[in-house]
Design a protein around this ligand. Structure first.
Ligand code: FMN
Length: 329
C-alpha cells in the first residue's frame, strides 16, 4: 500500500506524516526534542489552558513558551471561552509558533467540567465559535484534535470536523475513542474513516499506535493521511522514526544500544533537571526513567533504588547497571 509521504498546507510540510501526541506532564520540551532528534513529522506541546496562559498563572506560560519557536512544533491550547482562546493564540503566535492545535479531546473531569476538552463535542455550536475565534486571531495554521464523539450515542466527530474545516481548520487528528471510553478498550481505527470521508483536509489517526505494524493497520482501516503516537513513544523516543522508516521511506533510526542508550537516557535526565530545576526535574524524570527501565528489563530492586534516589549523581552512576539488560539484548 502506498502511504501519503508528506502533508502540506500553508507554508508547512509535515514530513513524514507521523506526529508525537500531546501528553500532559510527559511531552515537555526535553522529550519533544529527544523524539524530534530521531525524526518526527511534527510534535505537539502539552495542552496549555488559554485563560491561565493569558493571565500568566505561574508555570503555564513557561511551559508553553519554551519551545514555541521550535521548528515542527504545534502548541496546543484548551479552554471554553472564545476570548481567552483567541488571546492565547495571539500570544503563542507572537512567540514564534508555526502551528496552533485546539484541544477538543481531553476527557479529564477537571477539563470537561469546565466544558472544554472533549466536552465541547456536546456543544458543537459553541465549539465552532471557539474554533472561529482562534482561526481569525492568527495567521499560522490552526489544527484540531478530538475524539469520535462524547459517547456511542453521540458520534459526531465527522460533523464537527466538517464544520471545523469550513471555519478554516487545516488538519484534524482523531483519537479513535469516545470521551466516555477515556482510555479503556481499544481505539477504533475503522471508525475514523467516517471523519476522513467527511472532509478534504488531512486527517490523522491516533490511539494505541505503538509501532509500524499498528500504524499500517490504523492507516489501512481509517484511510487517514498520517498517524499520531503518544504512549507508544514513552521510553521509546525512536518509535516515530521507526514508523516513518517502515511506511514512508525515511531513514531508519539507529536505536541506541549499550553505551549509546546510557548516553541518551543520561542526556534526557540532565535535560529535564536543567529545564525544570533539580526538585521538579527529578520528579518529572521518574516517569521517563521508569519507562526506560521497563523496556530494559531492569531488576525490580535496582529500579526502585533509582526511582527513590534523591541525588542526581547517584542516578547517573547507576544507569549503566540499570540499562545493562537492554545493553546485552
Ligand atoms: C497522560 C496523558 C496526557 C494526555 N494529555 C493530552 C493533552 O494535553 N492534550 C491532548 O489533546 N491529548 C492528551 N492526551 C491524549 C493523547 O494525546 C492521545 O490522544 C491518547 O493518549 C491516545 O493516543 P496513544 O494511544 O498513542 O497514547 C493525553 C493522554 C495521556 C495518557
Amino acid at each position: 500500500m502506498a502511504y501519503c509521504s508528506s502533508i502540506t498546507f500553508d507554508d508547512l510540510a509535515l514530513q513524514p506524516p507521523v506526529a508525537l501526541a500531546p501528553l500532559a506532564g510527559i511531552t515537555d520540551l526535553p522529550f519533544r526534542q529527544l523524539v524530534a532528534s530521531f525524526g518526527a513529522g511534527w510534535v505537539v506541546s502539552e495542552m496549555v489552558a488559554s485563560q491561565e496562559m493569558v493571565q500568566a498563572k505561574p508555570g503555564v506560560r513557561e511551559r508553553a513558551e519554551l519551545g514555541f519557536d521550535q521548528q515542527g512544533t504545534a502548541v496546543q491550547i484548551a479552554g471554553r471561552e472564545a476570548h481567552w482562546m483567541a488571546e492565547a493564540a495571539r500570544m503563542i503566535e507572537a512567540n514564534g509558533a508555526v502551528m496552533i492545535d485546539i484541544n477538543m479531546g481531553c476527557p479529564a473531569k477537571k477539563v470537561t467540567n469546565g466544558y472544554s476538552g472533549s466536552a465541547l463535542l456536546r456543544d458543537p455550536d459553541h465549539a465552532l465559535r471557539l474554533i472561529e475565534a482562534v482561526v481569525n486571531a492568527v495567521k499560522v495554521p490552526v489544527t484540531l484534535k478530538t475524539r469520535l464523539g462524547w459517547d456511542h450515542d453521540c458520534l459526531n466527530a465527522a460533523d464537527v470536523a466538517r464544520r471545523a474545516q469550513d471555519a478554516g481548520i487545516r488538519l484534524v487528528t482523531i483519537h479513535g475513542r469516545t470521551r466516555c471510553q477515556f482510555y479503556k478498550g481499544s481505539a477504533d481505527w475503522a471508525a475514523i474513516r467516517e471523519i476522513k470521508d467527511a472532509v478534504n483536509i488531512p486527517v490523522i489517526a491516533n490511539g494505541d499506535i505503538t509501532g509500524p505494524q499498528a500504524a499500517r493497520e490504523a492507516l489501512a482501516l481509517s484511510g487517514a493521511d498520517g498517524v499520531m503516537i503518544g504512549r507508544g513513544a514513552q521510553g521509546r523516543p525512536w518509535v516515530l522514526a521507526q514508523v516513518a522508516a517502515a511506511l514512508h521511506g525515511a531513514k531508519s533510526p539507529v536505536v541506541p544500544q549499550g553505551a549509546a542508550l546510557i548516553d541518551m537516557v543520561a542526556g534526557h535526565y540532565t535535560a529535564m533537571l536543567s529545564f525544570y530545576g533539580s526538585d521538579m526535574g527529578r520528579r518529572v524524570a521518574r516517569k521517563h526513567l521508569g519507562w526506560y527501565m521497563d523496556d530494559a528489563g531492569t531488576p525490580a530492586s535496582l529500579r526502585k533504588a533509582i526511582l527513590t534516589e534523591a541525588d542526581p549523581d547517584a542516578v547517573l552512576r547507576d544507569l549503566p547497571d540499570a540499562l545493562a539488560m537492554r545493553v546485552a539484548a
